[in-house]
Design a protein around this ligand. Structure first.
Ligand code: ADP
Ligand code: ZN
Ligand code: MG
Length: 496
C-alpha cells in the first residue's frame, strides 16, 4: 500500500542578543567561552531572584514572526514548564505556552515539485537550558584540568554542566503538519536559517547548536484524511541529519505498518554513526509539565506601534531576493538561493551586474567560482572585497572584447586580488594582451605540426582527440595568450 508522509517541525533558535532573556548576563559563544563565566543568580536559579524581560529579545522575535507573516498577539503570557534536569537550575523553564507571541504565519518555498506553502502554527519566546557534556573516561584519554581528578576518583562516566547557555533567549517556531517529504523539510530548515541570519537574529552556525530542529513524523495510507501516530526526532543540528533522519523514520514506519504492527508514539534521537534513530522515551504529554502562568512576570504587551516600527525595518528577505534574482537575471533556483542566502555575495553580484557587462551566468560563475575561492583562501569576506565590483566588471569586459582570454583573466584576477591593481594595468605591464593576429597564430600552428608529425598522422588516421593536444601546444607557444577561437580555426585549417 502506498503511504504518504506527514511531517511538522519544531525549531529552536537562539537569539543572539547582547544579554540573556531575563537577566543582564551576556550571551556568549558556546564553544569558545570558558564554562560558567556568564552566569548570575537569576539564570543560576537562586531562590528570591526575579526575571526581567529583555526588550531586544522581544524585538528580535517580532522580526522573525513578522517575516513569517504571523499575527502578533498584543498580549502574550509566560508560563513555567516544570521539570527536573541538571541543565535547568530553576527546576522549570520559562516559556510562552497558552498565549504565544505570534500565530498563524506562512512561508512559501520553492521545491523540486514546485511552490509549497507551509503554515506556521506559532512563534513563542522562552529561555534556553544549560549545556551538559557527558564524559566517558577512557584509558589514555586527554582530560582537562579538573576532569582528571573526577575520572580518577570514580573511573565512571560523569557529566559536566555549563550554565552559560541557561537563560539565553530562545525562539520556538512550530509549523502545522504540512510537509510531505524529507526534501520539503530540508528546504524549509535552510530557508529558516537564511531568514534568521538576514534578520540579524542568529549566526546560523548550526554546528554550535544555535539552531536545533525537531521533526515530527508520521505516515498514513495515501488518500486517508486522518493522521498516523507521530514520532519526534530530538535536537538535530545539521540539514543532513535532518533529511536523513526524516527519510529513515518514514522507511521505518512503512516497515512497521507493512508487518501489521502499529507505530508507537515516542521521542527518538539520531545516531550519526549508525545513521539510524534510537528510542529515547515514550512521549510525555503537556500535563506532565504542570504548566502554570509565571507569577514573577506580567503579561507581555506588544502595542501596534511597536509592531509597525519593527515591520518598517525588515530588510529584503532571502526568499524575495531569490525570486528577484530569478526574475531579473534569469538565474536558476539553486543559483539565486545561494546568492540570496549569502547576502554579501549577492550584493556583490548585483554590483557587477550593474556595470552591464557579461551575462548573469558568467558573472555568477566568476563571483562564486574564482573570486569566492580566493576570498575563502584568504579568509576575508565580500563586505569589503579586495576586488571592487567595478574592477571585476572591467576585467570581464576585457574578456568579452577579446582583449584577453579566459585563462589569462583568471591569472589577472589573482594579481588583482593580491596586489590591488586594476586589470588593464596588469595586462599592460605583463604583456598579457590576447594575440588574435591570424598570421602569427598560423605560424605557431605550422611550427607545432612540424614538431609533432606522429600526432598529426594519428589525427589524420581518425583520432580526432589529438587536436586538443595540438591546441595545447600552440597555446603554450603563444604563452597562453592566444585567442582560443582563432587558434582552433587555424588548427582546423592546417589539419584539413
Ligand atoms: P505535541 O503536543 O506532541 O508537541 P503538537 O500537536 O503540539 O504535538 O505538535 C507538535 C508538532 O508536531 C507540530 O509541528 C505539528 O505540526 C506536528 N504534528 C502534530 N501531529 C502530527 C502528526 N500526526 N504527524 C506529523 N506531525 C504532526
Ligand atoms: Zn544571568
Ligand atoms: Mg513536541
Amino acid at each position: 500500500m502506498p503511504y504518504e508522509p506527514v511531517i511538522g517541525l519544531e525549531v529552536h533558535i537562539e537569539m543572539q542578543t547582547q544579554s540573556k532573556m531575563f537577566c543582564a548576563c551576556p550571551v556568549v559563544d558556546s564553544v569558545s567561552a570558558p564554562p560558567n563565566t556568564a552566569v548570575c543568580p537569576v539564570c543560576a536559579g537562586h531562590p528570591g531572584t526575579l526575571p526581567v524581560i529583555n526588550k531586544m529579545a522581544v524585538e528580535y522575535a517580532l522580526r522573525v514572526a513578522l517575516a513569517l507573516e504571523c499575527k502578533i498577539n498584543e498580549t502574550s503570557v509566560f508560563a513555567r514548564k516544570n521539570y527536573f534536569y541538571p541543565d535547568i537550575p530553576k527546576g522549570y523553564q520559562i516559556s510562552q505556552y497558552e498565549q504565544p507571541l505570534a500565530e498563524y504565519g506562512r512561508i512559501s518555498l520553492q521545491t523540486s515539485q514546485g511552490e509549497k506553502v507551509i503554515r506556521i502554527r506559532r512563534v513563542h519566546l522562552e529561555e534556553d537550558t544549560g549545556k551538559l557534556t557527558h564524559v566517558e573516561p577512557e584509558a589514555g584519554a586527554t582530560l582537562l584540568a579538573g576532569q582528571e581528578a573526577l575520572s580518577t576518583q570514580t573511573g565512571r562516566p560523569y557529566s559536566l554542566v555549563d550554565l552559560n547557555r541557561a537563560g539565553v533567549p530562545l525562539l520556538e517556531i512550530v509549523t502545522e503538519p504540512d510537509f510531505r517529504s524529507a526534501e520539503e523539510v530540508r528546504i524549509y530548515a535552510m530557508a529558516l536559517r537564511a531568514l534568521v541570519r538576514a534578520l540579524g537574529v542568529n549566526s546560523g552556525d548550526m554546528e554550535k547548536g544555535v539552531m536545533r530542529i525537531e521533526p515530527n513524523i508520521s505516515i498514513r495510507p495515501l488518500g486517508q484524511e486522518e493522521f498516523g501516530t507521530k514520532v519526534e526526532i530530538k535536537n538535530l543540528n545539521s540539514f543532513r541529519a535532518l533529511e536523513r533522519g526524516v527519510a529513515y523514520e518514514i522507511k521505518r514506519h512503512e516497515a512497521v505498518l507493512a508487518a501489521g504492527r502499529a507505530v508507537a508514539q515516542e521521542t527518538v534521537g539520531w545516531d550519526e554513526t549508525a545513521q539510524a534513530t534510537y528510542s529515547q522515551r515514550s512521549k510525555e504529554d503537556a500535563h506532565d509539565y504542570r504548566y502554570f502562568p509565571e507569577p514573577d512576570l506580567p503579561p507581555l504587551r506588544v502595542r501596534a506601534g511597536w509592531v509597525e516600527r519593527v515591520k518598517a525595518t525588515l530588510p529584503e528577505l532571502p526568499i524575495a531576493r531569490a525570486r528577484r534574482y530569478q526574475r531579473d537575471f534569469g538565474l536558476s533556483i539553486a543559483e539565486s538561493t545561494f546568492l540570496a542566502e549569502e547576502a554579501a555575495i549577492g550584493s556583490y553580484f548585483e554590483s557587477v551586474m550593474g556595470a552591464g557587462v557579461g551575462s548573469a551566468r558568467s558573472v555568477f560563475a566568476w563571483v562564486t567560482g574564482e573570486l569566492l575561492s580566493l576570498v575563502n583562501a584568504a579568509g576575508s569576506g565580500f563586505d569589503s572585497p579586495q576586488v571592487h565590483p567595478q574592477d571585476l566588471a572591467d576585467l570581464l569586459k576585457m574578456v568579452a572584447d577579446s582583449k584577453i582570454n579566459q585563462v589569462t583573466a583568471k591569472t589577472v584576477l589573482v594579481e588583482m586580488f593580491e596586489g590591488g591593481k586594476k586589470a588593464a594595468e596588469i595586462v599592460e605591464e605583463k604583456g598579457l594582451a590576447q594575440v588574435s593576429d591570424g598570421g602569427l597564430i598560423a605560424r605557431l600552428v605550422a611550427e607545432a605540426l612540424a614538431e609533432f608529425p606522429a600526432e598529426v598522422e594519428s589525427y589524420r588516421a581518425g583520432k580526432v582527440t589529438v587536436a586538443n593536444f595540438l591546441f595545447g601546444q600552440v597555446m603554450r607557444k603563444a604563452g597562453g595568450k592566444a585567442n582560443p577561437q582563432v587558434v582552433r580555426a587555424a588548427l582546423e585549417d592546417a589539419l584539413r
